[in-house]
Design a protein around this ligand. Structure first.
Ligand code: AKB
Length: 340
């Protein structure tokens, strides 16, 4: 018999770490297998069953997973983020799109073997949006899932396309076959705003100025922001991001009316982030040297997103508004992390 497991790809990133901790804290702990090209930090390795060091583009490796495990749910977190993807667009396409197709195929194969759908949880991003200009951004009401999906980055294009692939694999895969697939992929996606963790630093994203500011201040370092002070996008504290993934994975299938859901908690300008950071770490020097390329990317992301579908279908609500996020999570945890 193959062992029943949850598979997490890209688990050594900031979302993966949070997810692994939460799963480990569950009374009914699942068996967790992680796949990450960088391996797993030692401390987090203790919380999982198996770590496979490898590439989601390695189809032999994925075939081996097939024979060893019964995979019940896949959290497919592995991706190159928006800034990194702009420097290596074709590599980003391979990892972000072909990697996702490989995992979707693994899910389909698994579903056939176990005669039950495999849940496929996919973090998407506000990078799927492309607001045409700052005038439009200034007057936009919170955007719904279907508005302004005209991304300007390779990462945004990749995420948007993979959302569609997930919907396709769930609802239309092999639609012309004589015998339709009775079981398949149960794809569910959340579109995250910029995420801020007190513990881990993101790398290669374009919303990174907010967590970078906070982590620099907590270490007594000055910070130069690569976006203007008025730059505004939605953010979310990491515990809410993990909560969203787990809630969506647990939601009854029949309640879900769409494949992709916005989730949101608070919007802040870079200057407002700086003010909150300086309140807790007085004297931190924060300056602004906008880099035109990255600025344009963040300017194309909406200032706020509408998450009413997630609220309606699976009772989503963020636990951390801006005050709770800073006063009860980010500041105390980051102080502990850096012992300041
Ligand atoms: C990035 O900046 O690329 C990510 C994202 C908004 O998805 N943090």
């Amino acid at each position: 018999m193959r062992k029943k497991v949850i598979l997490i790809t890209g688990a050594n990133g900031e979302v993966g770490h949070g997810l692994i901790e939460q799963m480990h804290a569950l009374e009914d702990k699942p068996n967790v297998v992680v796949l990450d090209i960088r391996g797993m930090d030692e401390e987090k390795s203790k919380l999982i069953d198996t770590c496979i060091v490898g590439d989601i583009l390695d189809t032999d490796l994925l075939d081996n997973l097939m024979s060893e495990y019964e995979i019940d749910t896949i959290y497919h977190l592995a991706a190159l983020l928006s800034t990194h993807s702009e420097f290596r667009p074709e590599a980003a396409h391979r990892v972000n799109v072909q990697g996702t197709v490989n995992l979707l195929q693994l899910a389909i194969e698994q579903a056939r073997w176990r005669a039950k759908p495999v849940k496929f949880i996919f973090p998407s991003s506000i990078a799927v949006y492309g607001v045409p200009d700052l005038e439009t951004k200034a007057i936009l009401a919170p955007v719904t899932e279907d508005q302004y999906t005209m991304p300007t980055t390779m990462y945004g294009c990749n995420k948007l396309y993979c959302e569609h692939l997930g919907r396709y694999y769930t609802s239309h895969y092999r639609q012309l076959a004589v015998t339709p697939e009775p079981h398949g992929v149960d794809f569910r996606s959340v579109r995250f705003p910029g995420l801020i963790s007190a513990i881990t630093m993101p790398s290669g994203g374009t919303s990174d100025y907010a967590p970078e500011m906070l982590h620099a201040a907590a270490q007594g370092l000055p910070y130069t922001s690569f976006v203007r002070p008025d730059t505004t996008i939605p953010f979310m504290a990491m515990p809410d991001a993990i909560k969203a993934l787990l809630m969506l994975a647990d939601a009854p299938r029949e309640k879900l009316t769409q494949a992709v859901y916005n989730v949101s908690s608070f919007s802040l300008s870079a200057a407002e982030v700086a003010e909150l950071v300086q309140k807790s770490f007085p004297g931190t020097e924060i300056t602004y040297e906008p880099s035109s390329g990255r600025q344009n990317i963040v300017d194309s992301w909406p200032a706020d997103i509408d998450d009413s579908a997630a609220r309606r279908d699976w009772n989503w609500s963020a636990e951390y508004d801006v005050n709770r996020a800073f006063n009860e999570y980010l500041i105390p945890m980051i102080r502990q992390h850096y012992q300041t």
